[in-house]
Design a protein around this ligand. Sequence first.
Ligand code: NOJ
Length: 750
Amino acid sequence: MLFKKTLHIAALLVVAYLMNSFVLRSGIMKDAPPRNDAIERRVDSLLALMTLEEKIGQMTLFTSDWEMTGPTLRATYKEDIKKGRVGAIFNAHTAAYTKELQRIAVEETRLGIPLLFGYDVIHGYKTIFPIPLGESASWDLQAIEKSARIAGVEAAASGLHWTFAPMVDIARDPRWGRMAEGAGEDTYLGSAIAKARVQGFQGNGFDNADAVLACAKHFAAYGAAQAGRDYHTVDISEQVLREVYLPPFKAAVDAGAWTFMTSFNEWNGIPASAHEQLLKDILKWEWGFPGFVVTDYTSINEMVQHGYAADFKHAGELSVNAGVDMDMQGAVYYNHLEQLIREGKVKESRVDDAVRRILRMKFMLGLFENPYKFSDTEREKRLILSQEHLAAARDVARKSIVLLRNENQLLPLSKNLKNIAVIGPLADSKVDMLGNWSAAGDAKDCVTLLEGVRAKWPNAQIKYARGSDVMQMNKVDFANAYAAAKKADVIILAVGEAGWMSGEAASRSDIGLPGVQTELVKYLLTTGKPVVMVLMNGRPLVLGDLAEKVPAIVETWFAGTQGGHAIADVLAGDYNPSGKLPVTFPRNVGQIPLHYNMKNTGRPMNPNDKYTSKYLDVPNTPQWPFGFGLSYTTFEYSDLKTDRSSFDRNESVNISVMLKNTGNYDGEETAQLYVRDLIGSVTRPVRELKGFQKVFLKKGESKTVQFRLSADDLRFYNHDLRFRAEPGDFDIWVGGDSDAKLGTRVTMVK
Ligand code: NOJ
C-alpha cells in the first residue's frame, strides 16, 4: 500500500516536473500569447545549425558611436557582425545606415541571421511629443497610444525594430530625474498608460513594417531609488513591490510587450540583472513572458561594483542563470559565456532558451523574409515630420498641459492684446522644448513659446527678453526683461528646468526653480503687470510663495516639436486646458516622499494635537495634489449613487455621478474614482485610484458618469502575499482630483 502510494506521488512529481519544464521551455502560461508553431519550428531548426559562438552572438547587443552627423559603428563591431558575434545593434538608425549594417549581417555571415536594431524612442522619433510624464497628464489613453504609434511608424521607417520604451517605473520621488520618462506616481494610471504605450509601439502586429517591439523597463523597482538618487539602492517589501511597482510591468506583458529591460538597482540585496525571483520566477514563470530580457547598459558588469560578483565572468554566470537573455554593451557574454559553459557553470540549454527567445522575435518581425523591410528611404521621407504627425504632436501637447492657477480668470488671454512681453530663459529655447531622450528629434524643428505666441498674435507688438539663464546666477538681463515687461498688457514668463535636468543621471536635491529664476519672477511681479508663468520641467517643482503670488501658472512639461503652438493655443483659449497632474507637487523637498495614496498612521494629522503625524514647519498637504488640474470652465459633481450598498465577492457595484459644466466655456473633465478599504488584514492607503473617465461637456451641459467597481478591483497583497479582496466597508469618492470630497460607502459581505 505504502509502496503504491509512494509510486503514485513519484509519478505525480515526474508529471509536474515535465509540465514545468515544458512550460518554461515554451514560455507558455495562461497569460502568454498563442504560440506560433511554424515560427517555433524555424527557430529550432536554425538553432540546430548554430555554433556556440554564434548563439552567444545573438545574446550580444552593442551600441554604435555618435559622430557629428550621425551614428557610426566601431570597426571592431563591424568585424564582430561579420563573424556572427553580434546579434543586435542600438543607436544606429536611418534607413540608409541600418541597411548598410544589415547587409553585412545577411550577406557576409555564415548563417545570414539579420540584426535587430534598437533605440531609445521614448516620446517620438523625429516628431517629438511631450515627455512621457507630460503625456500622462493628459490621462488620455487614446492620445498616448497614438503618440507611441506615430513614434513607432517613424522609427520603423528609419530601420528600427525595437524601442527601449515604455518606461513603466512608478516614481514617487520627484528628486529622481527619470520620473520624466514614466507615467508618474500611481499604479492604476501607470498600468493603463503602460498598456496604451505598448499597444501604440507594437501597432497592428508585426506583419506590418511599421510596428516596433516594445521594451518594458526597468525591471524592477528602479523608481524606488533611495533619496531619489539615480542608480541608488532599493529596499522595499515584497508587498510594496508587488502592489505598487510590478503591476505596470504585468500590464505591459498582458498588452503583448515582447521585451523587458532589467534595471540598474538592486532589490533586497540582489542586483536586478541577476535576480532570479524577478526574472525567472515572476516574469518568465508566473507571468509566462515569452519574449526576451535585455540588461540595461553594462548592468551585468556593474554587479562587481555592487559587491555581488567577484569579476565580470562571475557576473555573467549569475546573470545568464537568473534569466537575462541579452547583454547590453557589457560584452560579458561575448567574452566569458563560452568558457562558463565549458566549465559547466552555465548549461547550454539556458543559452538555447535565450537564443530561442531572441530568434523568435526576428522571425516574427519577418526579417528572414525581408531583412530590409524596415529600412525604407521612401517611407522615411514621406512619413517623418509629416503634417499629420505634427498635428498629432500639437494635439497631444495641448492635452498634456495642466492649468495650476488662474486668479481672476487671467487666462485665457484676449486675441486682441496689443502688447505682449515674452520673457524667460526657456521662452525661445528650441532644444529645451525637446526634453530628455528625444531620439532623433532635432531642435531646429521645434516651435518655441515665443514663436507660438508670435503666430497666435500676429498683430500684437511682442517684446522678448531672456531675463536670465536657467542655471547661472547672473542678473544682467533683468533690466532688459523689466523694460520689455513695463509696457506690456501681459507678461508671459517661461521658467523651469533645462531639458537635460531630468532623465537619466539627473537627480536633484533641490527641486525649486534653478539659478535666479525665482528672483526674476519676483522682479517682474513688481511691474504690476499680470504675469502668466509657463513652467517647463520634467518633474514636480517646488515653487515656494510663487505658487500663491503669480496669478496664472501653466504646467507645460517639455512639450515637444510643436510645443510653442500648443502652449499658445492654451493661453489664447483655442484649447481649454484639461490636463491633470499624474504626480503630487510638494510644498518643499522635506515632505518627500509625498504621494496621495499614503497610509493613515495611528496618529493622523490633527492641527490641535502636537503628538500627531505632521511637521512643525509645513502642512502635510501638497502644493497641488495628484489628479489636480483646472479648466477655463468649472465642473460640479453631484448626486453620487451606487446601485447597491452591499455586494459579495462575485459582484460589482455600479457607481454614478452627475457632472455639470457650470462655467462659461466648453471643456473636458477627467472624473476620477477613489476608494479606501477601511479595515484590512494589512493597512490600506487612505485613497486609491480605481477608475477615471474623460468627459467632454458643452457649457451648461450635464452628463451622468458611470463607473463599475468589482471585488477584483479591491484586491491587495496580504501578509502572506496572497492577492485577495477582504470583506468590509469601503469609502468611495468621485471628483476632479485625489482630494475629491463627494463620497459614499459600500460594504463587501462575505
Ligand atoms: C541606459 C538607460 O537606463 C536605459 O533606459 C536606456 O534604454 C539605455 N541606457 C540605452 O540607451
